[in-house]
Design a protein. Sequence first.
Length: 714
Amino acid sequence: MNTKRNPSFQWGLQILCCFLVLACADKKPSQSHLLGLLGVADSERQTRTPETLGTSANLSLGSSPYLVGAGIYDITGPAAEVGMMGFAESDQKTEGIYMRLWSRAYIIGDASKRVVFVSADLGMVFQSIKQAVSKKIALDSQLSPYYNEANVLLSATHTHSGPGGYSHYFLYNATTMGFIKENFDVIVDGIYRSIKLAHQNLTPGRIYINQGDLTDASFQRSLPAYNKNPQSERNFYSSNVDTKMTVLKLVAADGRELGMINWFALHPTSIGPTNKLIGGDHKGLSSYWFEKSKNTNYSSSSGFVAAFAQSNAGDVSPNLWGPADGVNDYARQNIIATRQFNKAQSLYNSATNQLSGSVDFKHSYVNFSNLYVSSAGTTTCPAGMGASFSAGSVEDNAVSVDFFDEGTTVDSLDWNSNAQGAFLSSFLGGFVGIVAPTSTTEAYKQCHAEKPVLLPTGVASFDGNPWTPQIIPLQIIKIGNLAILGTPAEVSTMAGRRLRNLVEYVLENDYTVVAGLSNSYTSYITTREEYSSQQYEGASTQFGPNTLLGYEQEFGKLANALKNQSSITPGPTPADLTNFQATFQTGVVFDDIPWFKSFGDVFTQPSGSYNSGSTVTAVFWGAHPKNNLLTGSSFVDVERLNGSTWSVVARDYDPSTTYKWQRDGIAYSKITTTWNTTSFPSGTYRIRHRGHWKSGWTGAISPYQGVTNQFVVQ
């Protein structure tokens, strides 16, 4: 979550020494010694409850090492009047669509086990989403024998241009005026349907892997924090951000190309907080380009699926030209998307190394509010957001907040209870009756060390529910010699490196990636050293200075269980807060149009002709898009005349179009559509708009359509 900036590790002297020995002497400590540092006792490894998973009786691997399937489904939420998720700007509400959002699902299995990886065009995957998707899978007789919460990993790309309100925790719904059921439902259903499509598309196949460096798409946005990491550790890496892209190429046994997944650490903040159109930012655009290069048909139940997934991007920005300014955002997004697309395509085309080995997974819930971390000799803390959380990240957008600057610690002169109270009054101004405690116990304050807690989210509550989750899921899915770490937070560059190094050391595998923002959301993970400087990322590291050490300890347990084929305790089950949600936002009351007009009538017709490369604009009398999200369909079609018939050449999910909703008066809606003609052939075209309107008399919702005059592009 980014109010201005986003980023995240910390690992204790003993573990640091271990890896410095590795780096300098190329001599590894024994596995038992390293696991001892992580607090894993031999007796504990042997007494855990096993995961269960059905095996397939219907599909044969043949001579292929894996079963492989991919699926994609629309998860675009309400395109009007819903607060957007990411920048925490209450004035940033949806007003249309630049590109639709998608859930991209992949299933990979061997003869006995399967795993699911989903990359969704969302700001975050909240715990509410994972819980609801798991429930839908459990009720599906086709899916439930094979998939459950333990082997399904849901990861967000972290676009900051999608609608919010789909968490069950108050903090993440604060700027959306509560829970937005329409958005929650379309996300859950879309992810579930993408998984079901991937299951239906399963076929014997192979997976190729390739890696390469992309050095001109990102920069380290939190240098004061990063530079607090030990010099000897920083010297071990050629860059202060992770430049490595990891690409998987999924190919059926009959040679069909099924899909691509890549992980690259980069914040999707090219499009800034002045934007109000839904879209996937540079990662969503890169996915679209890759899929179109493989002739993906988004209306088909099968086809090539390309995910540009998120990794340890907590302190990594794409804004090489300065903060997003609302003027050049889309042009800069296109540049960053092009660089990612080109690198991914090159690595995909040259991939020759095959993944080999078994498919496996481990999953557990951990209460991070009081986790004992053996290497630190103390516990993590009940969650809290620091004063610098309010400052955000000036490197990623031009928002300015006056309460606190980055780097505010408990010793800072501008930290005091009066300033904290002023912030809380502003933050909670729209929520009558909700009060956050301004005073906490001395032990709580001491636990957070350098962090002056601005929002004590772990002890604050709303209707008896905490503001942020305390019990969180950790997960490793293994595909042969690749391990994917499902991490429920935004992970800083160095924190991600330490997690990868640890798991790779334990598993002795060839490839490890951090899948950030997975299965739940707990803001950031930074190193202990980064935490001490209390930049935005450290202030957003919720569970205190030992957060990363706790993650290392628990991921070490999961990795050890995978290594030794031992079971692991599932941990405490987090509460399902479905029935405790509130919204402070009204729905659509009714739609209206002026006298002598009909829904779909054209208010502004396009010109009769355009030169190629021009932008065509048309305005319609329409209705509120919340009436029907048109999931799997489109609010805007561009149609080309072929002989005597019209064919669709672009829809609202194509970046050549925009669909913009605007309220006119009390209940009128004007719909502005644009289409960029660049790369389209000469010909005769027209624009169609469709939607649904709500009657103020009966509440009935009815469809409508409107079509412009035809025009020529030459």
